[in-house]
Ligand binder design. Structure first.
Ligand SMILES: *[C@@H]1O[C@H](CO)[C@@H](O)[C@H](O)[C@H]1NC(C)=O
Ligand SMILES: *[C@@H]1O[C@H](CO)[C@@H](O)[C@H](O)[C@H]1NC(C)=O
Ligand SMILES: *[C@@H]1O[C@H](CO)[C@@H](O)[C@H](O)[C@H]1NC(C)=O
Length: 376
């Protein structure tokens, strides 16, 4: 047998080559399980083209990235190839094995975008061509909603996506207000929203694309210029109105098995005068999980939003969102650093005891279950 001698000869050479490679590259190292698990609670983004930066590919290969969000600027002729590279990096990483050991689920890499319909479509020219408003006011809203959900899922799958951050469940109040002016709301009554949005989300999920009902508990009363991306927004409906109008569509979506709920960054003093919904335990644990009985995954709106800037930087707001009970934090600044800052803040929070391990583990299980049901 020559093999042992051969390997004993080769091994020092390989080690020398590996050491030389390591010296010329940033330290790779093996990641701790907690680093990898925290990475599954963050959705990353990057700038300018479909090609992910090497930094993101490296982090993904280490198991530190569970998902990404793409925008219009990331959609081009090479998006499919580039998303496939990220998925391959994840598949080759320790993350899927760790998730399977801990949760029993084969969790796929999460690839999301906003393909709501009409004006808000990151894959330009693709379905759903009708806006939510047009689906909701169609002669047969259920059929229009179902066609919209099927169309969105098919378009996303062509680009290897498996999550749509839709449908919008906001019930708009005034023509031209914040959620109406780009026709993002299915209607101005809870019933009209439900009629189209529930068939939309059901069709999408039946095609293996997870949905996120947004923006809980509702942005329907926001005036035209009240954009939480840019500034703090306070909505002053009574708790009665929030429950009877804005949250009604969530009851229907939850009954229909919606995978995810995305919280809003508006402040609703009727329930919590201090924290915007996505930073508020009263909203996330009390109202959404407690009163409405939601058992799926919660996901924040953009962590870089102006509305939460008064609560601190990405690390501070990331920790607040986790404390409130948010499962996935959306680092959508087109910047890999933001996601990494948030991931590290979660790890520190777990190590210091600021975050509860049982809650973190329960969130990991929900995330893995959701990601096991979507197309690979
Ligand atoms: C796609 O990738 C090819 C090969 O790397 C490159 O030549 C081309 O410019 C890229 N196209 C776009 C739209 O980025
Ligand atoms: C919704 O809009 C329609 C048409 O503009 C209007 O007739 C109706 O009163 C509105 N419903 C509510 C609940 O505001
Ligand atoms: C990237 O994100 C970090 C953390 O959120 C932020 O401090 C930084 O300014 C961002 N950089 C760019 C170029 O956007």
């Amino acid at each position: 047998m020559h093999l042992p001698r051969l390997t004993s000869l080769l091994l020092p050479l390989q080690l020398a080559a590996a050491a030389a490679a390591a010296a010329s590259q940033p330290p790779r190292g093996r990641c701790n399980d907690v680093d990898i698990l925290a990475g599954q609670h963050v959705v990353y983004s990057w700038a300018a083209s479909s090609a992910p930066p090497q930094e993101l590919l490296d982090l993904t290969r280490q198991g530190l990235v569970g998902g990404v969000i793409l925008f219009g600027e990331n959609m081009d002729a090479n998006t499919t190839t580039n998303v496939a590279r990220l998925k391959a990096a994840y598949d080759a990483s320790p993350a899927p094995g760790l998730l399977r050991r801990l949760t029993g689920r084969r969790a796929h890499f999460f690839v999301s975008t906003d393909q709501e319909g009409g004006y808000v479509r990151r894959i330009a020219g693709a379905e759903p061509k009708l806006s939510a408003k047009l689906m909701g006011s169609a002669p047969d809203p259920a059929a229009a909603g179902k066609a919209g959900g099927e169309g969105a899922a098919a378009a996303l799958k062509q680009f290897l996506h498996n999550v749509n951050l839709a449908p919008v469940l906001d019930v708009f109040r005034e023509a031209g207000d914040f959620i109406d002016f780009k026709e993002r709301s299915f209607g101005n009554s809870s019933a009209q929203v439900v009629a189209a949005a529930v068939p939309f989300l059901a069709a999408q999920q039946a095609a293996g694309v997870a949905g996120a009902a947004k923006h809980f508990p509702g942005l329907g009363a926001a005036p035209h210029d009240a954009n939480t991306d840019l500034q703090p927004v306070t909505l002053t409906q009574s708790l009665g109105e929030l429950r009877d109008v804005d949250m009604k569509p969530y009851e229907a979506a939850i009954a229909a098995g919606i995978d995810m709920v995305m919280t809003s960054w508006a402040l609703y003093p009727a329930l919590d005068a201090k924290y915007p919904s996505g930073l508020s335990r009263k909203w996330v644990q009390g109202e959404l999980r407690g009163r409405l009985g939601f058992r799926g995954v919660t996901i924040t709106d953009a962590m870089e939003a102006g509305a939460i800037a008064p609560f601190g930087d990405a690390a501070a707001t990331g920790l607040l969102a986790k404390k409130a009970g948010m499962d996935i934090l959306l680092a959508s600044q087109r910047n890999v650093t933001q996601g990494d800052v948030i991931r590290k803040a979660i790890v520190r929070g777990l190590k210091s005891g600021a975050l509860d391990h049982k809650e973190f583990d329960a969130a990991t299980r929900r995330i893995a279950e959701m990601r096991s049901k979507i197309v690979a």
